[in-house]
Ligand binder design. Structure first.
Ligand SMILES: [Mn+2]
Length: 319
């Protein structure tokens, strides 16, 4: 049995994708086939391809196929609200179609770490559904006003079922039979003014009633671990969702990310990315041009002020 795993990878996201791939391979004995959906207009560089192939030095149980997707096919779909999501997110729609004989396939975001056996996810029954996904933590509905606003805007039959798009399993055969790819594209164009979270909104809304709920362990969001204390050891797939990533700042449970990053040729690049991002988010004012009087660090909506580069004095949160 070969397990098909899809990633959407712009050339500047190859490094995190490699980390997720290494984590999969480290924890399964199954043969894995990676399908990398790349931008036709900006394909993955030769250097990056070579660095990905280097995973062969450590793992034998995989192969990679690159599939170019034309972003122009999605250009009339409105760009999603959150700045860190790009138009490539819509590439998910084509997964059931691009490899015609696939029965079933897994999709993963590049910001995931798989610490369980990927075969377990692949073997979960989807019953008669088009896709399987993990619902958001129940705490989101009470404690996250923006989330509540976005989800209620969709007027779902069950307003408490809205799966996260970072980990999905597709019944490709069934999707092809009912031409789901086209339906999703059509609805995205039709309702583009209404949707906030891109294809995730559309899939939850268009496919409602035909989405199989998968256990939380297969897509454990960062907040579930950090704020709501879901046990980290039980998470089979950790999803560093949101704008803060292990490669742009310190985030909860990023030790796991770096553990697998160390198994790839991308580890130095990732460390560099983080350094650059941290520098960009920090500004220091000097007294007499030599004494670092005050440093302001920005992390999302929060700002941290410190004196002399080390004494924390104040924290502000923008609402
Ligand atoms: Mn993600």
């Amino acid at each position: 049995m070969e397990i098909p795993v899809f990633f959407i990878v712009p050339n500047d996201m190859v490094a995190p994708a490699a980390v997720s791939m290494a984590s999969i391979l480290e924890n399964t004995k199954s043969q894995v086939k990676f399908y990398i959906l790349e931008r036709k207009t900006l394909p993955i560089s030769k250097t990056n391809r070579a660095k990905l192939s280097d995973l062969k030095q450590k793992y034998e149980n995989f192969s990679i196929e690159y599939i170019p997707v034309d972003p122009d096919d999605f250009s009339d779909m409105i760009p999603p609200v959150s700045g860190y999501i790009t138009i490539d997110t819509y590439f998910r729609y084509v997964i059931p179609d691009v490899v015609p004989d696939l029965k079933k396939a897994i999709y993963l975001d590049v910001d995931t770490i798989v610490q369980g056996d990927i075969a377990e996810l692949y073997n979960l029954p989807l019953d008669d559904c088009y896709v399987g996904g993990v619902n958001h933590p129940k705490e989101y509905w009470d404690k996250f006003p923006l989330f509540y606003e976005i989800v209620s805007n969709l007027k779902l039959d069950n307003p408490y079922f809205y799966v996260n798009g970072g980990v999905m399993v597709f019944d490709c055969e069934k999707c092809r039979q009912d031409n789901i790819d086209n339906l999703l594209k059509e609805k995205t164009r039709q309702y583009k003014e209404k949707i906030k979270w891109a294809d995730q909104d559309i899939m939850n809304w268009v496919l409602q009633g035909k989405i199989k709920e998968l256990p939380w362990q297969f897509n454990t969001l960062l907040d579930a671990l950090r704020k709501y204390k879901y046990p980290k050891e039980e998470a089979k797939i950790i999803h560093y969702n949101g704008p803060k990533k292990p490669w742009n700042c310190d985030v909860f449970a990023d030790d796991l990310f770096w553990k697998y990053a160390n198994k790839t040729l991308f580890v130095d690049e990732l460390k560099r990315m983080k350094k650059v991002a941290k520098r960009k988010n920090s500004i220091t004012y000097y007294l007499f041009n030599v004494i670092p009087l005050i440093t302001i660090k920005t992390e999302g909506k929060r700002k941290f002020y410190s004196l002399f580069g080390c004494l924390p004095i104040m924290k502000t949160t923008q609402r």
